[in-house]
Structure formats: structure tokens, C-alpha cells
Design a binder for this molecule. Sequence first.
Ligand code: IPT
Length: 964
Amino acid sequence: MPGSPRTKLTVLLAAFAAAGGLWAPTGAAATEKTAETATAGKPAHRVTYDRYSMMVDGRRVLLWSGEFHYFRLPSPDLWRDVLEKIKAAGFNGVSLYFHWGYHSPAPGVYDFTGVRDVDRLLRMTEEAGLYVVARPGPYINAETTGGGFPAWLKNVPGRARSSDPGYTRAYREWLSHINPIIARHQLTRGGSVIAYNAENEYAANTDAAYMQDVQKQARAAGIDVPITHNQCCDASWTPTWASGQGAVQIPGVDDYPQAFECREPDVWGTWGEGVTERLSDDAPVYAAEYQAGAIDGNKAGCEGCRELTGPNFMKVYYKSNLITSGATMFGYYMSFGGTNWGRLAQPNDVYTSYDYGAAITENRQLTGKYDEFKRQGLFTTTVAPLTKTDPAAAPSSDDAAVHTEARANPDTRTQFVLVRHPDRKTDADASADLTWNAPDGTYKVPVRVKGRDAKVLVAGYDMGGQRLAVSSSELLTHTTAGGRDVAVLYGTEDVPGMTVLRYTSKPTVKVLDGDVRSTYDGNGNLQLDYDHRGLARVLITGGGRRPLLLLLGTEAEAAKFWKSGDLLVRGGTLVRSAKITGNTVHLRADTDRATDVEVFTNASRMTVNGAPVPTRNTSDRTVIGRVPGPAKVRLPELTGWRTASEAPEAAPGFDDRTWTVADRTTTVSPIKPKTLPVLYADDYGYHHGHVWYRGRFTATGEESEVRLNAITGKGGIYQVWLNGRYLGSAAGGEQKDSDAPINPDPGPGNFTVPSGLLKKGETAVLSVLVENMGHNDDWTAEDTRQKQPRGLVGASVAGAGPIAWKIQGTAKTDRVRGPLNNGGLYGERTGRHLPGFADRSWTPASPAARQVGPGVTWFRSGFRLDLPKGHDVPLTLRFGGGNGAEHRVLIYVNGWNLGEYVTGGPQRDFTLPAGILRQRGANTLALAVVAEGQATVGPISLNAVAAHRGGVPVNDVPSPGRTS
Ligand code: IPT
């Protein structure tokens, strides 16, 4: 994504439209496509599709998946936590990017162990019962450094995302590592992968031979599930990869109708109507990436993004996709965003947090958006006729303020009616009577759309052993347990609802709870009238059908339900799973307070997370367990701090003999340096974090000014010393948008040489510390963005002769934590960030009590945690405002770089994931403060975001200490 996505996108869209590049249907005949079936060990499944939906073993599947980035959560056991939360929200799938650069520090070097163990990730998806859309790029965008490209690709000649030979060798190398892992986890081999996405939003500067080869590589590695693509931005872009060379089997569309202005969460639809269009006549409609959060490009904070893409938006837009477009495949971007730990961020768009305003927060907490996902997800994955629908005549509305659209299943004739305002953005309160020609007769159905809202109503549905004729309430889910059906319907609070069920004779209606009137018309119609208020319970028996327990609730009540297999559960903060053995229900559940959890089954005993809880049975044959809340949590104060300043590189006498000589005169980068030699960090193999430069020259005594240019990526700075004297800092430049002219003077910094500092004939040393904030992406596939250099792009001293340069970045890649973890600060090169570093000789002082000067200062503290077992207590590190000059702080916990605090930035709370954090044991916190002048940092504290009894067991992630 570009920095100003809206402008960028508009410009590109206009260009495509002008070029006559609007999408046109191919008119290909509808056929059922069969993916090749392979077998191995586990039971293999057949994956097919037609124009309506995907199918597994011939059974139609509505793929309701959420995007998840394992690389943004460096604690594999927490992957399971998030996957289980995704599953419990009613999703049946996850969409997973695989990040080339995360696995590859250098050409030919790949790592799939530890936090990079994607084989384990895919096993977990199988265990969680989630289908996977595997998206290995090679390019992924995702607001991550290089858009997922390894930084070493910057040194590979030839245009990325094309069939250029240099790039081809590189991406085939990546695919040769990742494809076999994905292949062995396909459904066709008993795994979870249902589809494989080739490339990513490959819509500008395209090369069909490349697109074709990416797929050829996949097939050669044994990928036999359907290949998909996520078409950029809406269906108006070309190519769509629906036909011709490079075409995929299931072309999909990405859509972000709300765009990314999180400062104005009430402004809807800035990027359009957001209705996913059909790209192929013989494949399902696929909303490949549908907006489920937003990039916080203007630093409004994630709550603004959550509001912009909140429950009302979800109702109106997601339900339109179901009915207006008949989509049966969805990937919601993001379900959980995570953290740009280390140097994962692409600096133009994001900072450390990638919370994204998603349904599950960066600290893995459930939000109102999660509730809405659950309401929609339980419905879409329960009601099978939704997997095959055609447009149908909609009920007529007697008031134009209420708009209707419909689809129907051609086999079952079940109807689905979208009810909304004609203008989706309006927040009016509109009512109408619908005249509904439903499969079981014509009904008059009063409906009301209150505020920004949309509903999908169902008619003519065989609901277990029941027949739902029509309802003005929405269907959450239903199940059959102990010989009876249980169904949950819901609607807007205080708004009347009406449901008609069909019987062969008059049934017996018993209202167990709430206020529900019933009438039987003698023609098989049992009509129930009620207001949506709390949760009403109605038991209907006789009438020629098995018993039905009908639950009629508000939206809030509906969100309290969970479904695990056939079991329906109500209450608790999270129910991960429920199963029944004999007379006992076993729940895996989280609670943030003592609460009742009700299971709609006739059991009498209950265990929660393995421990029995007191239960009582209700008259409506359910069991209620009393589940304890969390134990009290105590967090330590951060004390025992020690501090030491660094930056010896600034001193003239510093020994840089082992540093790399920077003397290149050519570069692969399309951006040419202002002065020679080339000083681009990547050209010397230093790809992440800080780099140091030391330049020597023989002084003339006439030097007047140091003139520098540096590209840091957005938000970075660099600092300058001459003969050990601090000259100051400057903002690093950026080279951002592809269509912007190349900036001829990026990140300029001119520093006056203090008189008398340099003596004629003596060697002078210029030391420069430049931060690399991350690499640009390449979303328009023109290569110049991602190859934009980092580091110095120009350096001269007015009045001086030539300068001989040396450069030093990351000393060596951390084998466990990976290439993005640490850069080239002195302290990083010497292990000050690692557990076990001997800091006893350092000065005792806490950050808040110690003023730091310009340059780099480290603080270290150790703290013990003793969090209660069987609990999930997500912690953050919180920064108080600090004082003085601008400063930034790299946060190392047990040697892992968990983010960068920047004064004036949008983020003060930094997620410390369990696993990296020893929940019961000793932890090391190390902070590298890079200040532009005199400053005080903090105060800094540990903060518990929540406390839940439950969670998943989290093992400590290996965090080796200093070894040399
Ligand atoms: C689309 C990308 O495919 C995805 O990787 C991510 O960058 C997402 O957007 C935004 O967060 S790009 C589309 C909005 C033009």
C-alpha cells in the first residue's frame, strides 16, 4: 500500500479506465473443475468447485476465512490461541500469507524452525479444523518490509515480479522451499489447505509469463488444490487473471470500501460500494481480501480503525456480498493483525502495532467486531443452501425507504433476502411491510432497519427437523441435540419480530421465558410474534415434528452463543471447544470473571479446562455450569535498572579494522547516488536496523560544512559526529510513491563544521549513524520502490578532499530470532540486548531518573513474573511521555526486538507476547534509546491488558543469551 492509498488508487484506477482496461466477463461455460486428488497417510479429500462454490468431497462449502499473519506473532503456541479464537468466531477458514523475507536472510539460506515453523502452523490449522488459503506470494504486500521480499532481492538485477531471469532464479528458490510444505498440508493429502493463491494483487506492470510460471512451480511441487488470485482493489482492474495466459482457476477480488482514514470513522465508502463482482463464469465469486480493519496511515490509533470497520459496516457490506454478489468465498483482512516486531514494518504505512482495528486485538482480545463476525459466521457456515444461490425476485417493500434484494437456492428453493436502506450509508430508522412470496406461501412481514444496518432474512428453510417458512429475525444457527432441535434467531433490540414455522397439525407452544405470542392458522402456519428483548425461550412440541427449543434474542444475546460441533453453548468470554462424553460436557473456555455457562444438552456434569465445576440443570433441559473467574494478578515494578551510553564509533580512535570497506562505484538500485562511492547499506549486505558509517579524510583546515543525504524510510533519522563532536541529527528522506518523481535531495542534512575542530594535514573522522525503518513495498510491480536504497546516498565535506568510507551493520544474523531482529548498533553487535549480558559494571539508574544525551544509551532491567497457571494475562510495556529532545527506543525482551517507541508517535503500549515473555520466570528487558539531544525516557511500566482464566498452554520461546 502506498502512503496515500486513496490518491494513489484513484490515479491508477483512472489510468486503467482510460486505457479501456475495464473488466469484461469471459462468457466461459459453467463446468465443475476437479483438482487432482493425491493421497498419503491421512484420509484424502477431493477439492472441486463450480460457479457457485467450492466443494470438499462433493459437499458444498461456503469458505468464510479470516486473514492471519503468523510472522506478526513470534510465539507459536499463541498461533493456536488465535486460530482457536478465529474458529470460535464461526470462521471455517484462515487465509495465510507466507513471508519470503522472514525466512530468508540471504540468497540460498532459508529457515523454517522455531517462530518460522510454518509446518507446525499448518498442523495447528488442521487441529483447529480450519481450511487454509495458502498465499506464499512470492510478493505479498501486507504493509511489511519489502512487501515480503527479502532485502537481499534489492541486490538482484532485473525487475521483480516479472520473468526477468535474475528475479526468476530468486523466486523459484523461495517457492522451492515453501511449496512442498504447503503441498503436504493440502486437503487432498489429509491436511487443511483448500486453495493456493498465486502472487498478490498483480494488476499493474504485469507479466503473464511470470504469473503462469508461479503456478507452474506450484503444480510441479504437487499443489493440486485450486489456484486463486486476489485481484487488486475492485473488479475494474485488469488483468483479472480470469482468462488468458497466467489465468488462475478461481479469480478473486480485494476490496477496501472504507479506505484507511481512521480519523474519520463515520465517513463510509470512500472507495466505493464494495460489492464483490463475479470475475469468472465457472468459478465461485471470491471476496479474496475483504476489508475487516484498516491501516492506520494517518496515525489515528487502532480504535479509530476498529470503528471505521465496525459492526455496522460489517453488517451492511458483508451481507451485501452474500446477497448482492452471491459470494461464497471470503477472506477477511485481518481477523487478527499482530505486531510488526523486529524490522517487519513497511515504514510508509505502519508502525510497530499492526492491530489493524481487527476483530481480535493485537493483545488477542475479542471486540464488538468479533461478536458481529460470530453472528454472521455461525449463520453462513450453518445454513447449507447459501452455498448455491441465484438471483431471485425480492419481496416487495411498501416503503421505498426499505430496500430488498434476494437470492434463492435452485434445489431447495430456500430464499435469502437482504433488507437495508437504499443508500447504505444512511442511518435512518425505516420500517416497511414486505409482501413475501416465499416457498411455503405469501407472507406479510414487517421489517425495520434502524440506523446503519442490513439483515439477511431466510424463508423456506429445512432447519434440522423444522421448517422455517419465514422470519423477520435473522438466523444465528441451529443444531440438533438429544432428539430435539435448538435454533437461535435474533434482531435489533426492542424491534418487533415475527417468525412462521410450518406444521402438519397444531403444535403445543410453551413460552419458557420472555413474551412471545403464538397463533396457528389451521393451514400449517404457526406464527410467533415478539419484541427482541433479552432472550426469550419457546418450546414447541407436537405438530408432526420433533421438539424445537426456539431462542429469540437481541443482537447482544446472539453474540453470547458459541457452537462447537453440534453443541450450542451460551456465555463465557470465549468457548474454544465443547464436547460431551457420557453425562459430562467438557469445555475449553476463557473467562474474565466468574460467570454462568449454559450448554444446550441434557448432561448433568461439566468440566471447564479439565476441572469440574458446579452445575444445575434447567427445566428446558440444559445444563448450567458456574465457571470461576481469574485469580488475582500481581505485576512487578520495573526496578534494578542499569544504564550505559555507547556510540564509541563516534570517537576518532575507534577501531573499525573489521568493518566493511565501502568503495563500490556501481549499484543495482535504480536510484543513483549523489556522490561516490555507493554507500547504500543493502549493497554491503546490511539490510535491517541501524548502520554506522565512518569516513576518513585528510583535513585541509578549510572545511566549512558536512553535507549529507540519507534515505531511512519514513520516520527515520540519522545522526552525525565529526572527530567525536556531535554535529546534530536530520530526518531521513523517503522515496515513496512510484509515480512521484525521484526525490533528487532525499533526507538532506547540512552541518556546519565547528571552527578549529579540524587541523590541516590531520586525519578527520566523520561518523554517521543511520536508521533503516524498513524497506518499501512493490505493490505496483515496477521495482523502483522496493529497490530504493537505505543509508547514505550522498556525503561530502565542503572544503575537504575525498573521503574513504567504512560501513558496519548487523554483525551476524541471530539464528533463532531471525534477520529482522537486530541491527548494527554497537550494543546490538555486542549483545547488550541479550539475556545474560554482563551489565554489572553499568550505572544503576532508571530511564525516568536519568537524562540521556544525543546518541545511543542502553537501559537494562530484569524482572520476574509469576502469573497464575492456566491463565492468559496479556502484558504490554507502557511508555510515559518522557521529556526533552525527540527520542526513540528499541524494545528488547529476552533479546527479541518487540518494537520501537517514538516520541510523538501514535503508540505508547507495546505488546509483549507470552512465550517471548516468561510468564513464570526471569525476563530481561533492554532498551536502546536513540536521542537527538538531552532527553528523559518514560516512565516505563508493565501493564496487564486483561486477565482470563483459560488460555492455551504457552511454552517459552527459546531465547539464547550472549554466547561470546
Ligand atoms: C491489499 C494487499 O493485498 C494486502 O497485502 C494489504 O496490503 C492490504 O491491501 C491493505 O492492508 S492492497 C489494496 C488495498 C490496494
